[in-house]
Design a protein around this ligand. Structure first.
Ligand code: NAI
Ligand code: MG
Length: 792
């Protein structure tokens, strides 16, 4: 081609990155890898093949992790953990810093191996994955350095099992390892079967950087190897990123085991464009939202919600932009999109798109050249998509955007939240007030204003709803790898006698004036239990003091509906919530003697002890009134011109199963932090001593707490907890009682991936200072990070 022809054509030439060093690294290992356990590579006895997505050619043999391999890796991590945790924070910080430096020194090799192994463009691995991974180690070296002062009341969780997906193999490894190691945990990590190579390269670099043996262990394999890790009895926590389906399974498998769990799962994130947006900026945003990493991004902006006035113009400009996208060899520095990770994934994308078209969507794929071989899928746009269409609901995990239109901001929010997922959202408008108003209302863990897919180690990442729970990065992410010192060494709770319910006699619920049977408290009103059963409340000697209603599933449904109706509580000011809590405390204080007498009558405790419980309850209410406007968010300064606002939002509707002991203080300790943060609560009071809760109605009635914010359903904790755990409109459950209760709550909450906070049958000393404060408020809130870039 002549120079003149080049000027006419203006097309890109090939600009390949050299893969010589990466191929030499593979050759040095004979294209075959063992696991990395206790500081060395094992000799594999069973292996499987990994392929290069862009060519379909075999790349290497990987070891298939067996039960014995997982055992050996967990044992190595256990052995290393004590010494690693005992290292002073600054010493651990040096190790993390050395890992960051090692990544920077070998950045090119890592970037090329990643591009070959995953199929993603070198431009992205070089400019995003690898530098961000290094940043994670540097940032968390900082948390290790500051651990003693930043987290004085916390200890490491222990040995962590980490399972990661294939879409950001090296970056996910860094997101997982950096906080775990920084805070004194050791790790067994299982990379995804399609993309294990950069994890093995990392192991080599970590050894060279002098990381002690056993601190990081890498076991390769497929889903069954992951399952072995999940089920291993000597693991203290599982941190998983991947599909919602597998995340749900892991929630069920770990239920009742005492393992802690964080899940980063799928998404179907809205990309909302208002008619006052910078349209060209937003079109470019779509490119980054859905064609970045071939759309294989959990937080991809895959649902384009366009305001009606600009939709036509926007789609025209977007289609024009799509024609200029280049799909090709991942090692070509001037391509926009590389290969899909594996044929099975490309097939999944094809099937979902075909189904979407069959359900009425219109398909647009720009006429651009795809490489003849390898696993490629073109940038795709589906228009005329109804909200119920499968492509508007399911995570496609490929380069496929779907569009829908809306008229008003409220409609945009409604459409945005019409999803079982809640990972991220991208909002485009030149009006800052409109953008922030919508940012506050979308159900998501991460929101980008006039931007998309921005990440930083200091800014927590994670979702709501079925996108999982827990955060990675930042201070909130650090807590996922720590546990309160106060939780260690708690004793098992003594077994409680069963209480039998009986049919209420006709008069039991009839005449309030002489009513010995306390009703339920739902939506601010006393309500008869649906089943018309009641249960006796006994003194320690077995005499009946009173009866309370025996709540059932229907009562739970009514209480949840009432709690949902009280959603406005989330938007009252913190000052207002504080006022209400002060008022409740004041009204309880006026009746302290009466409440103490009840506690004595039910529990047989001395007057002094009962008085102390009431005093502690009043004090706790005052504390949470104080906290209400002080448990605030953070302004992050990520490395860009702009800020990320970490906002503490209420979790939503929360079911609370109160412990049998401490009938008043238990109830207050669990419900006050939730109410202070704007949640709505359905509480099941102490089963043997419920009268402190039923007496409490009248305190609430005189305290300006809006109807439905706190609902109380008396009865047997286990079935009521199960009704709450399976209810689709409950967002979280706190359960304090038996081990069986914790197990059931964790297992059944997998249905819609509720957040859970349980005690595994261990006693909390409700009088200790550690029974209130930030650790509890953290469970009562979810962090939403709103990114607001403001400059160029
Ligand atoms: P996956 O969830 O099966 O795989 C993720 C990781 O979990 C891999 O390391 C895998 O080996 C492991 N794993 C699989 N089954 C397991 C089990 N029973 N116990 C423990 N570990 C297990 O995802 P997959 O099959 O690779 O992709 C299927 C779909 O999942 C994708 O099309 C996409 O929709 C979604 N996905 C979403 C991701 C996200 O970040 N949101 C990441 C990966 C997949
Ligand atoms: Mg799978």
């Amino acid at each position: 081609m002549s120079i003149a022809e080049h000027f006419d054509d203006m097309s890109y030439g090939l600009s390949p990155e050299s893969d010589a060093e990466a191929r030499a690294w593979l050759a040095r290992h004979n294209h075959s890898f063992g696991h990395y356990i206790a500081g060395g590579f094992t000799t594999p006895d069973a292996s499987f093949q990994t392929f290069e997505p862009a060519t379909g050619k075999p790349l290497a043999q990987l070891a298939r992790g067996s039960a014995a391999d997982v055992d050996a890796a967990v044992a190595a991590a256990r052995k290393a953990q004590t010494a690693w945790a005992k290292l002073p924070g600054p010493a651990r910080a040096r190790h993390l810093y050395a890992l960051a430096r090692m990544i920077q020194r070998h950045a090119r090799l890592i970037a090329v191996v990643e591009a070959i192994d995953n199929g993603k463009p070198i431009r992205e691995t070089r400019d995003i994955d690898v530098p961000l991974a290094a940043r994670h180690f540097t940032h968390h070296a900082g948390w290790a350095q500051l651990q003693a002062t930043a987290f004085p009341d916390h200890v490491p969780v222990g040995v962590i099992g980490q399972i990661i997906p294939w879409n950001f193999p090296f970056l996910m490894l860094a997101w997982k390892l950096a906080p775990a190691l920084a805070l004194g945990n050791t790790v067994v990590l299982k990379p995804a079967e399609y993309t294990s190579l950069t994890a093995l390269l990392f192991a080599e670099l970590a050894a060279a950087a002098g990381l002690p043996a056993g601190v990081v262990n890498i076991v390769t394999g497929e889903g069954d190897t992951g399952a072995l890790l999940v089920d291993h009895p000597d693991i203290d926590k599982i941190a998983f990123t991947g599909s919602t389906e597998v995340g749900r399974l892991i929630r069920q498998r770990t239920a009742g085991t005492g393992k802690s769990l964080t899940l980063e799962l799928g998404g179907k994130s809205p990309f909302i464009v208002f008619d006052d947006a910078d349209v060209d900026g937003a079109v470019e945003g779509v490119v980054d939202a859905i064609w970045f990493n071939q759309g294989q991004v959990c937080c991809a902006g895959s649902r384009l919600l366009l305001q009606e006035g600009i939709a036509g113009d926007f789609i025209r400009r977007l289609k024009r932009r799509m024609e200029t996208l280049r799909v090709g060899s991942p090692l070509d520095k001037s391509i926009d999109m590389g290969a899909i990770v594996a044929p099975v994934q490309a097939e999944r994308i094809r099937a979902l798109v075909a189904q979407g078209v069959a359900e009425g969507a219109s398909l647009y794929q720009a006429a651009i050249d795809l490489p003849a071989n390898g696993c490629f899928y073109p940038p795709t746009l589906l228009t005329d998509v109804q909200p119920a269409n499968v492509v508007a609901q399911e995570e496609i995990f490929g380069p496929v955007a779907v569009t829908m239109t809306f008229r008003t901001p409220d409609e945009a929010v409604q459409l945005a939240n019409h999803s079982r997922y809640g990972l991220s959202a991208s909002i485009w408008s030149e009006s800052i007030s409109l953008a922030l108003q919508v940012a506050a209302k979308v159900e998501a863990g991460v929101v980008w204003v006039n931007a998309t897919n921005l990440f930083d180690a200091a800014v927590g990442f994670g979702g709501r709803k079925e996108s999982g729970f827990g955060r990675e990065g930042g201070r909130e992410g650090a807590y996922e790898y720590l546990k309160p010192k106060a939780m260690a060494g708690r004793k098992p709770r003594p077994v409680q006698p069963q209480i039998a319910a009986r049919t209420a006699s006709a008069s039991d619920f009839a005449v309030p004036a002489i009513d010995r049977t306390a009703k339920l408290f739902i939506g601010g009103k006393q309500a008869r239990p649906d089943g018309n059963y009641s249960r006796p409340v006994l003194t320690p000697k077995g005499a009946v003091i009173a009866e309370v209603g025996e709540g059932n599933r229907k009562d739970i449904r009514n209480a949840v509906a009432a709690a949902r109706k009280a959603d406005a509580w989330a938007n009252t000011t913190a000052h207002n919530r504080a006022q209400v809590l002060y008022y409740i405390a004041e009204n309880l204080s006026a009746r302290a003697t009466e409440f103490a007498a009840r506690i004595s009558a039910m529990t047989g405790r001395t007057t002094a002890k009962a008085d102390a419980e009431v005093e502690a309850s009043i004090d706790r209410l005052f504390s949470y009134a104080a906290w209400a406007d002080k448990y605030e968010g953070t302004v992050h300064n990520p490395p860009l011109r702009g800020v990320a606002l970490a906002m503490n939002e209420p979790v939503g509707v929360v079911g609370v199963i109160c412990p049998p002991e401490a009938p008043l203080l238990g109830l207050i300790s669990l419900t006050a932090p939730l109410i202070a943060m704007g949640n709505r609560v359905v509480a099941v009071p102490s089963a043997p001593h419920p009268l402190s809760a039923t007496d409490f109605y009248s305190v609430l009635e005189t305290s300006d707490l809006p109807d439905g914010v706190l609902n109380i359903v008396t009865g047997e904790p286990q079935p009521l907890a199960e009704a709450l755990a399976t209810h689709a409109d409950v967002d979280a459950i706190w359960a304090f009682g038996t081990e069986a209760l914790s197990e059931a709550v964790e297992r059944l909450s997998a249905s819609n991936l509720k957040r859970t906070f349980v005690d595994h049958g261990r006693l909390t000393d409700w009088h200790y200072p550690s029974a209130e404060g930030a650790d509890w408020l953290r469970h009562a809130t979810e962090v939403k990070n709103i990114w607001i870039p403001y400059g160029v």
